[in-house]
Design a protein around this ligand. Structure first.
Ligand code: FES
Length: 151
């Protein structure tokens, strides 16, 4: 599975290929919002531009995230090229990101260098195969619930 390396938080988080970066961050308790975004955000619609992340160079040479969406092209016109809206980005391969890049990263050069030194798995792999539940054998008791006999 791809790994998202959150440099500011010093955490590696695994996810499935195609997962939304914002949703993975929220699920894992990674704070992607600054004060403005905490006070109010669009919930992932690409309208509030409070979920910035800076994406470091691809580790594997492959595209780590899906390309910028049309919304991002409009909203990020005056931002650095490696900035993305987390809510618009789907993870394809392992990636290194800096959340809230508008806030200085303390000791940033050293932390970024360390983040690049430690290898990430290449990813992606496929979603797990979920096997369908087995059909009950003929004559096998099945559990059903009814409300017969209830007062
Ligand atoms: S959450 Fe509003 S733009 Fe991403």
């Amino acid at each position: 599975m791809p790994v998202i390396r959150f440099v500011r938080e010093g955490r590696d988080v695994t996810c499935y290929p195609g997962e939304n970066l914002r949703e993975v961050a929220l699920r894992e308790g990674v704070e992607i919002y600054g004060l403005k975004g905490k006070l109010g955000n669009c919930g992932g619609c690409g309208q509030c531009i409070t979920c910035f992340v800076a994406v470091e160079e691809p580790v594997t040479g492959a595209a780590t995230l899906t390309p910028r969406t049309a919304v991002e092209e409009r909203k990020l016109l005056k931002r650095p090229e490696n900035w993305r809206l987390a809510c618009q980005a789907l993870v394809q391969h392992s990636v290194i990101v800096v959340t809230r890049p508008q806030v200085a990263l303390q000791d940033g050069d050293r932390r970024l260098a360390e983040a690049h030194q430690q290898l990430l798995p290449e990813g992606p792999t496929s979603w797990p195969v979920v096997e369908a539940p087995a059909e009950p054998e003929e004559g096998e008791a099945t559990t059903t619930t009814t409300d017969e006999g209830l007062p």
